[in-house]
Design a protein around this ligand. Structure first.
Ligand code: ADP
Length: 245
């Protein structure tokens, strides 16, 4: 489903964010990515949906090959199948919950129709149904800026789900939430992973949360994978390999 083949990412200023990465990810995996700040975790996610392209090597996602230059059409097709969830939610705060979730349908509707709010009844039914699943059925017509952080992240998850993605990438989605809300958000991602077989890759900076649901943990240190295994195999020795200097 996802494969990295000798992938190196060097930014124009010379920063080597990932080096010679080789990785295979199967459908339905729930992967937590851990590592210190700057280890390359979000670079890995951004390479997976083509937000950035590798300097050398290849990224294979859902049968598409992303090399160092890729057509806009390929990138559009990949991004439609891959939902992205951000630490700071990336919602339009002055719009309603429903209208934010409908944005997840843009890849199917087209930007022009979407700009004018020309979503189909089916789009709207889907959005409402997913909002019920994430526990926001009473907030559908509220403006996003009237919601708590935990609720806003659930709106962002709903927006990703109506995209009907095969993969969800979540970049520190719990980082601005308190511990209880963090668990709720993580468990929602897990629920969708289990029910819809969506592959989930999530960057997590709290180790306990990283271990909570993951079928596999990837530990990055200075742009290299230094741990790849099940959470029960993440011994304190391995943890210091991941977080050590
Ligand atoms: P993490 O998500 O683990 O905190 P990142 O993937 O964001 O790490 O960053 C990895 C390295 O790449 C860091 O040294 C970071 O400063 C650098 N980096 C990230 N994005 C850019 C960019 N656009 N230009 C230059 N350096 C970058």
């Amino acid at each position: 489903m996802i494969a990295f083949e000798n992938v190196t990412k060097k930014f124009p200023d010379g920063t080597l964010a990932l080096q010679e990465l080789n990785l295979q990810i199967k459908q339905g995996e729930f992967i937590s990515i851990i590592g210190r700040s700057g280890a390359g975790k979000s670079t890995l996610l951004r390479l997976t949906n083509g937000m950035i392209l590798p300097s050398t090597g290849k990224v294979h996602v859902l049968g598409f090959h992303l090399g160092d230059r890729e057509s806009q059409k390929t990138l559009r097709l990949v991004r439609r199948e891959v939902g992205f969830i951000f630490q700071h939610f990336n919602l339009i705060k002055t719009h309603t919950v429903l209208s934010n979730v409908l944005m997840g349908r843009l890849g199917y509707t087209g930007t022009f129709r979407g700009m004018f709010g020309l979503f189909t009844d089916q789009d709207e039914e889907m959005a409402v149904s997913v909002l019920k699943e994430v526990g926001l059925k009473d907030q559908i017509n509220k403006r996003v800026d009237q919601l708590s952080g935990g609720q806003q992240q659930r709106v962002a998850i709903a927006r990703a789900i109506v995209q009907q993605p095969k993969i969800i990438l979540a970049d520190e989605p719990m980082a601005s939430l308190d511990p209880k809300l963090s668990e709720i958000v993580l468990d929602l991602l897990y629920q969708f992973n289990q029910e819809r077989k969506i592959t989930v890759l999530v960057n997590v900076h709290v180790l306990e949360l990283a271990k909570r649901r993951a079928t596999r943990i990837l530990g990055l240190n200075k742009g290299a994978v230094v741990f790849d295994g099940a959470s029960q195999d993440l011994t304190s020795e391995k943890v210091s390999l991941v977080y050590g200097d």
